[in-house]
Design a protein around this ligand. Structure first.
Ligand SMILES: [Mg+2]
Length: 403
């Protein structure tokens, strides 16, 4: 049964809402003020929250802010209830990450349509994450993993994580031009845990938000540290999860990390996937535009495996296209893959995007990419992902791709 939490200080409105919701077979929980609302949201984790904007003491904005900071409640659909007031009020609510608003008095149809709309979207998101994790029920091993991941985040033991960097090389010059940051977890209890195991788990539990923010902060500090010792000015790419990307605090956090480290935004590139953008296209485009206005670069990761066409992406602010390793593997021998890869490189260039081939492992693959004017490559042929200190050494030694 779908559980809805109603946070509303006016008793008559609250009663009216309960009657409507219960008639539709929703399970309801009510809170008469913001403080009770926050604690009920955390203890019961409802499927959706309806919250009055104007309440004494803790208002709707503060409730929303508090819930978005809590991993357990960060992604619960949130609908504001507002009195007929200034447009600026609900604009502020939406900017803070509310999913929708209803102006009081609303009709039964308006209420139900807003609720069903949000629930459907949430179900799509969950399905998307579930497909990604491919874990319907948690095995004992995954339960242990989840427990440990919670502990790391709650006790802020982020030193168990380490950011590795895989160099990205310009194919024509052979020079390292960028690196992709990749998260590794060395747990004292579990040993090395593969990112393919813990990242989906972090996404489905909301723990990915503090983890992603730690990675972003760490990477920005590292770029600056390298610039300060005069080693090099490299662009570093960071993989962003769909939840982090949709988090209302996302842009503000990035601005903060750039500012604290006095970092030019062009040194940071965010890797998004097609499906992340498709999942909430309008919101994604707005966020991407804002990022690009700031000067932060945007890459589309694993391109070719999703559903969208390059034509669809042509109106989006994208700097870099990363061709998925599937197409690169054996590209020189496989006529279908070589036709697709050639077309992707050409179209991306027409759209003024830089093209990076992922997962390059053989000379034959590299030669094919060189012949077809692919800009850059990443893969074991040149280097595996390296700890920061090793990448630094790698650069001091002037390691290059042979021409
Ligand atoms: Mg990536």
């Amino acid at each position: 049964m779908t559980k809805i939490l109603v946070i509303e200080d006016e008793e008559s409105v609250r009663e009216n809402l309960l009657d409507l919701l219960e008639a539709e077979d929703f399970e309801t929980i009510t809170a008469a003020n913001g403080k009770i609302g926050i604690s009920l949201a955390i203890s019961t984790v409802p499927d959706l929250i309806l919250c009055d904007m104007m309440m004494p003491e803790i208002d709707g904005y503060s409730v929303l802010t508090a819930l978005r900071q809590e991993p357990l409640t960060a992604t619960i659909p949130f609908i504001f209830l507002t009195a007929k007031s200034a447009k600026a009020d609900f604009r502020q609510g939406m900017d803070m990450g509310a999913d929708d608003y209803l102006t009081k008095p609303f009709t039964r149809a308006e209420l139900l349509s807003a609720i069903m709309n949000r629930l459907e979207r949430q179900a799509t998101l969950k399905k998307y994450l579930c497909n990604q994790t491919a874990m319907k029920t948690l095995s004992p091993k995954m339960q242990l993993l989840e427990m440990n991941l919670h502990r790391v985040v709650q006790q802020q033991k982020f030193q168990e994580f380490e950011v590795y960097y895989q160099p990205i090389v310009n194919i024509a010059s052979g020079k390292i031009i960028a690196a992709e940051s990749l998260l590794r977890w060395q747990s004292p209890e579990l040993g090395a845990v593969s990112p393919t195991e813990f990242i989906p788990l972090a996404e489905s539990t909301g723990l990915i938000i503090p983890i992603d923010q730690w990675v972003l902060k760490n990477v920005c500090e590292q770029i600056k540290a390298w610039q300060n010792i005069g080693v090099f000015s490299l662009r570093i790419a960071v993989n962003i999860s769909v939840i982090e990307f949709n988090h209302p605090d996302f842009i503000r956090k990035i601005l903060e990390f750039l500012k604290v480290n006095k970092l030019e935004p062009k040194y940071l590139e965010l890797e998004l996937t097609e499906s992340m953008i498709m999942q909430n296209a309008n919101g994604a485009i707005a966020t991407m535009n804002e990022l690009q206005k700031m000067g932060v670069r945007i890459a589309i990761d694993d391109f070719g495996t999703g559903y969208s066409s390059l034509i669809y992406l042509k109106n989006l602010p994208i700097n870099t296209l990363k061709i998925d390793r599937y197409f690169i593997h054996n590209v020189a021998q496989d006529s279908q893959k070589s036709a697709i890869t050639k077309a992707l490189i050409e179209m991306a260039h027409n759209l003024q995007m830089q093209v990076i081939a992922e997962g390059v492992e053989t000379e034959a693959e590299l030669n094919f990419l060189r012949q077809n004017n692919c800009d850059a490559m990443q893969g074991f042929l040149f280097s595996r992902p390296l700890p920061a200190a090793e990448l630094e050494n790698f650069l001091w030694n002037n390691n290059r791709l042979p021409a």
